[in-house]
Design a protein. Sequence first.
Lengths: 309, 418
Amino acid sequence: MNDLALPHTAETVAAPVAAVPPRRRSLAYLQAAPLTLVFLIFLVVPLVLTGIVSLWEYNEYAIIPALTLQNYADLFDGCLSADLCTTVRTYLSTVKFVVLTLAVTLPLGFAIAYFLAFHIRSGTVRMGLFLLCTIPFWTSNVIRMISWIPLLGRNGLVNDTLRALGLIRQPIEGLLYSDFAVVLAFVHLDTVFMIVPIFNSLARIDRRLIEAARDAGASGAQILWNVVLPLAKPGLAIGNIFVTTLVMGDFVTVGVMGGQQIASVGKVIQVQMAYLQFPAAAANAMVLLAAVLLMILGLTRMIDLRREL
Amino acid sequence: MDLSPSRRTLLKGAGALAAMPVTGFPAVHAAEPVTLRYLGTAVSQSSDIARKVKEDLGITLEYMPVVTDEVTKRAVTQPNSFDLIDTEYFSLKKIIPSGNLAGLDAKRIKLADRITGVFTKGEVNGKRIGDQGTAPRKVFYLEGQNAKTFAAAPTEWLTLIPTTYNADTLGIRPDLIRRPVTSWKDLLDPAFKGKASILNIPSIGIMDAAMVVEASGDYTYGDKGNMTKPEIDRTIKVLIEAKRAGQFRAFWQDFNESVNLMASGETVIQSMWSPAVTKVRAQGVPCVYQPLKEGYRAWAQGFGVPKTLSGRKLDAAYDFINWFLSGWAGAYLNRQGYYSAVLETARENMQPYEWAFWMEGKPAEKDILGPDGTLIEKAGATRDGGSFDQRMGAVACWNAVMDENTYMVRKWNEFIAA
């Protein structure tokens, strides 16, 4: 069915490429060159440099070319003992936020995208509502985060209201500077990254498929589960990748909303950079990169993105 | 003490200079404008000072405000990106070995010999003050202009010319605490569970923690500013226990965070900086910069020049530094609650009642206004901690870079992750 809807899959494209004359092939390489160059200069080279520096030695004021695994050893120091080491603890905390954030943004983003794609008939209204979702992005994400603080604080709006209504006597402390606050901010900041790719996938679903399913006697839930969801998989996967990488690399949100009390990998790297421990920070960055790549690899195992697009 | 001949002539010359009023700055810069790129923290980068310098010397200051750690990082990694640096003395232990700063020639600093004894001798009014940590005294002189090591005895090459310094302690909300706070150990008193805070800048936070540990009588450090590995472990362990018990509401990282935590009542006791206390009070919230019996943790910063600076820009840097010490800027800083390097010249630029309030710890005769004209204290108020001699005289330790800095940062990250 997929092949009918989207005939240009990887396999069908691959065959003709082999048949084109060499000149046209070099032209294709030329056309791909600018992007390749951009990736080479701004992605591959910095990554390789980071990898190299992670093997260097350092002191208070200089980094010294060397070939040592000491930075990695420091990173995992004590991890073999019963008490969890800092690195494992930090990653567990970060992964916890990834899971919690996904658990909220995935259903929420899907619901909003579904509503926009299927329930709004007029294209203008749909575009208008879609743009509405992006309004929070007109301000910086730090401001969006900080705006929660007067609301959630010990003497904040929420606590004051609940107290005025007589629902609580003592303020709820856990609203701010807690896991709850961090997840709340992540949901606020990142849901739109879920909405956009899912909406994009849903909008491309051929409506006749849904009509056909209904004609064949499928219920609403069956259509959603057997028709819409499978076709929305690429959007879901991309949204997942966006949110996962955003949360994994974040340290500002965790810092501000967690009252600097909650560890994050990004924060550890930032502290090391501030103290001129570049090789240690680089080693940390390489481990973070590996962790995120593994997670994305796992995700793409479940959904073959190249095929689905 | 064995003073070199050049040092002796310098002192003589400076003595003669001190006798006459310091006026008549070279006006040459007005003819051909010079711009100095000024790297530092926002603490001393005021637009009023920039305006006044432009008026008096014709030098344009181009401020590059960054956080403390970033100043150090730039000095080490991008020494050509600034013409003048305003950095903390403790950072020198990282910057000087990199060889990126040049020693300042004491002969060209007119008031060099009138810089307060806090820097040159580690004394206030002849009394020795706390020397633990990177006390400015230890890193004040260089062996030579391009030396990468500090000199133990005075030389004619200065690392930094002090701009501001102060003594830090805990800030409290007296309206929410309702009992006297007298010791650093009160920071970890279970009575303030969930309402305490410490700053998340490892090198400073660990010093505050060390003050707490020492105050509780558990342990006495050889040097709080230069802990051994077991001492770091011990200090971090205390912090981790307190954190797991829910003692801390949050940690703060910048000035405004500390103001917000205190003003909103999220915390009632925390490490704090003096102008932050002033800012909380300016919002009408009672806040006290509480003097504690164990003393203060002090810091100091000063001007340095990169090795590559030469010619007219170098001349301009010296002119600016001389201007800075000549009084107007010192008075400006004193009115913010900081202290200036040459006290006498600042005094000449302050009203007697201002001097009495800020420096002598006397009750304010009139309303005390900040440099920008906002009301800081009403008539009758006294400064927290009292006079200069009382506050700087009670310094216990200085902000520091430890020999085991790398290990300390690792353990600090462990504390944050706990």
